[in-house]
Design a protein around this ligand. Structure first.
Ligand code: ADP
Ligand code: MG
Length: 370
């Protein structure tokens, strides 16, 4: 017996949350039929263990109560078709009538893209760069923005663990679909290197790897792409300055004078690469005791001093918070697990400041009139 065409089109219009396209566009909807009063809906997915399968099933059942939902895995041809669709969907507009299978440069990399690319850097490790990246990213997502995070700290991948995004990303040939966690897309170099093995990066290899993570991950065109950079100044910053010259640099420091001097060096190095340094974020600013008093464990003033020296704003001060550390260890970022905490509120304020200051103005040599 045939089903109502209305049902099929209702199902076809379900939006897949990870790819933000309809089942129809993605080729995810297979046969829809009715046998002896039982509606059957077939989903055709790139892998059987599609991360949002449960969500998709729920959406299907909402439109077809009591339906029998089954999953079929895509064949090679369907996977290639999906890859081509996704690449095309995020490519710069190649012009009318042009079909290039989406091998053009991703739109988010283009000069006029709406995507703001935020490089989160620090002078040294352990100051909370990754914690800031994760919690700032989620805060931006909760403010309604589309957000991706790239874990480019090749010497200490930590974002998947902090986000609880531990499942392997889905790879369609040369296209990586980021893992979705707490509403943000995540890709980490950690997904592609063997577990617990130190990687010794040589210059060209590192350059290629970073470039691939930027260009071959399916970022779509997010509002913000945050990049957790390795501490210090180095090859990754150099690569990013070439691949993503629009990157805005944010420097994380602690209130300590010594930390601030180290951070300053990395900021100056960023400027040498002609990267726009846009702001300072101070972390571990104070600890509020049970007596409600603020204890400045790492001193005070480092963030403000660094910002003044660099001529940028101090965009946020994040207090020390036990839940921030413990949440990072188990994949429950503090802004998700304890949104009422001082640290979480500080991240929300930071996100508002970052959004409010808008993209960096880029003055290009060739546009100068004199
Ligand atoms: N504001 C904070 N309050 C409590 N713990 C923090 C805070 N910021 C960072 N941490 C903890 O300090 C450690 C180092 O932070 P991390 O974000 O990994 O630093 P980095 O990426 O700069 O090396 C982690 O265990 C993290 O949970
Ligand atoms: Mg880190």
């Amino acid at each position: 017996m045939s089903i109502e065409p209305q049902l099929r089109s209702d199902l076809a219009n379900i939006v897949e949350p990870q790819l933000v396209r309809t089942l129809e566009q993605l080729g995810f909807l297979g046969e829809v039929s009715e046998v002896d009063g039982q509606v059957r809906v077939e989903l055709v997915l790139p892998v059987t263990a599609w991360p949002n399968l449960a969500l998709l099933e729920a959406e299907v059942l909402e439109r077809a109560p009591g339906a029998n939902v089954s999953v079929r895995t895509m064949n090679d041809e369907q996977r290639l078709e999906l890859r081509n669709f996704l690449r095309g969907a995020m490519a710069s507009d190649p012009g009318p009538g042009h079909h290039d299978h989406g091998d053009a440069q991703p739109r988010f990399m283009a000069k006029l893209s709406k995507t703001r690319i935020l490089g989160i850097s620090s002078g040294k490790g352990g100051v909370g760069k990754s914690s800031v990246t994760v919690n700032l990213a989620i805060s931006l997502a909760r403010a309604g923005y589309q957000v991706g995070v790239l874990d480019a700290d090749v010497y200490g991948f930590s974002l998947p663990k902090m986000l609880g995004a531990l499942n392997d990303p889905i790879v369609l040939g040369d296209t990586v679909i980021p893992t979705l966690a707490h509403g943000i897309r995540c890709v980490s170099m950690g997904y592609f290197v063997p577990d617990e093995q130190p990687v010794i990066w040589r210059g060209p290899m590192l350059h290629k790897a970073i470039e691939q993570l930027v260009t071959e991950a399916w970022w779509d065109e997010p509002d913000f792409l945050l990049i957790d950079m390795p501490p210090g100044t180095g090859d990754v910053a150099l690569t990013l300055s070439e691949v993503l010259p629009r990157i805005e640099m944010y420097v994380v420091t602690t209130p300590q004078a010594a930390a601030q001097r180290v951070a300053q060096r990395s900021a100056y190095a960023a400027r040498k690469l002609k990267l726009a340094v846009r702001g300072v974020i101070e972390n571990m600013s104070w600890f509020t005791g049970d007596d409600a008093k603020r204890y400045e464990i790492f001193g005070s003033g480092g963030g403000e001093k660094l910002a003044a020296e660099l001529g940028v704003a101090l965009l946020g001060q994040i207090p020390l918070e036990m839940a921030l550390r413990s949440g990072g260890d188990i994949g429950e970022p503090v802004v998700v697990a304890h949104p009422e905490s001082d640290a979480a509120l500080a991240f929300v304020a930071l996100a508002a400041n970052v959004a409010a200051q808008g993209p960096a103005r880029v003055y290009r040599q060739e546009l100068r009139l004199v």
